[in-house]
Design a protein around this ligand. Structure first.
Ligand code: ADP
Length: 293
């Protein structure tokens, strides 16, 4: 659950300020990605954990209302629902503290117990707002069953080459591509260089998202830049998440990678045109309308 405070400026240490506005806004990378795919028409099951608190029951209700299967979102006995405390200054600068809580109260045994569920999926989509061991196990299970995996490596962490070799689609933004490779990624050229390093480690397809510039696909066939859609950016929260949910939904439909990335760019553009995380995610009809313009 995102707790968003708007203020003229952030307080200094020891200082108390009066802010302008406060809002609770459902979010979290996993939930955003699941809702993004569901709103586009995908059948989605989410695996995760919330706390026994009101944020937990609210998040479950919100996710359920999107038609997402919630049977595999369990409730932690000990940890609170994961929250992000977000302070946004007048000039748009933000400061964010994430307290993962129940997200890191998920254990390897919980993932192993879901092998059947994972093996029945057409696509697994994952991010890193949980312990890395969970992602490693889920990816290994998917790989064993030949299920393609999209890993959005956010928040960025360096992980083992073995895990990379089991990923079908890796979707870093420029910062994440930089952290994964130890390079500075700030242009198409450096994004391609970073992607090639990741390909050498065994990832099948690297898709570097480039904000307003769209995304770059790099795989054994070469590099292909897929331009973004010009929009007035209101709030870039959930841009990457909406992109990943859309990419999954399109690939499951059987679209080519380039078609899927183009569609995901449109979804990302629509998400940055609205405030909030989940509230900014478009319905299929909005995306179809946008692509016709
Ligand atoms: P993240 O949100 O993870 O930092 P990006 O900023 O690269 O990732 O955004 C993800 C995707 O969202 C981009 O590839 C693009 O499709 C879309 N997007 C992001 N920002 C904009 C923007 N200002 N205008 C249009 N599309 C955008």
């Amino acid at each position: 659950m995102d707790m968003v405070v708007r203020t003229n400026r952030a307080p200094s240490a020891g200082e108390t300020l009066m802010g302008q506005a406060f809002a609770l806004s459902p979010g979290g990378k996993g939930a955003n990605q699941a809702v993004a795919a569901a709103r586009l028409g995908a059948e989605v099951s989410m695996i995760g954990r919330v706390g026994k608190d009101t944020f937990g029951s609210e998040m479950l209700e919100i996710i359920k209302q999107e038609g997402i299967h919630i049977e595999h979102i369990s409730v932690s006995e000990t940890e609170a629902t994961g929250v992000a405390s977000i302070v946004i200054e007048e000039d748009g600068e933000n400061r964010i503290i994430v307290v993962p809580g129940a997200n890191i109260d998920l254990f390897v045994e919980d993932i192993q117990a879901l092998e059947t569920v994972i093996s029945q999926a057409e696509m697994i989509v994952m991010q890193l707002e949980m312990e890395l061991a969970m992602s490693e196990h889920a990816i290994a299970i998917a790989h064993r069953h030949g299920i393609p995996v999209i890993l959005n490596p956010a928040p960025a962490r360096v992980f083992k080459d073995k895990m990379l070799s089991q990923i079908s689609y890796l979707t870093p933004n420029e910062t994440e591509a930089g952290i994964l490779t130890g390079m500075t990624v700030d242009s198409l050229e450096t994004a391609e260089q970073a992607a090639r390093i990741l390909l050498q480690k065994g990832v099948k397809n690297v898709i570097v998202t480039l904000g307003s510039k769209g995304a770059l696909i790099v795989n054994a066939e070469g590099a292909k830049s897929v331009p973004g859609f010009p929009v007035k950016a209101i709030d870039t929260v959930a841009a990457g998440d909406s992109f990943n949910g859309a990419l999954a939904q399109q690939l499951v439909l059987g679209k080519t990678l380039e078609e899927a990335v183009n569609f995901a760019n449109a979804v990302g553009a629509l998400a940055v045109g609205k405030e909030g995380a989940i509230p900014s995610l478009p319905q299929l009809s909005e995306v179809e309308q946008f692509l016709k313009q």
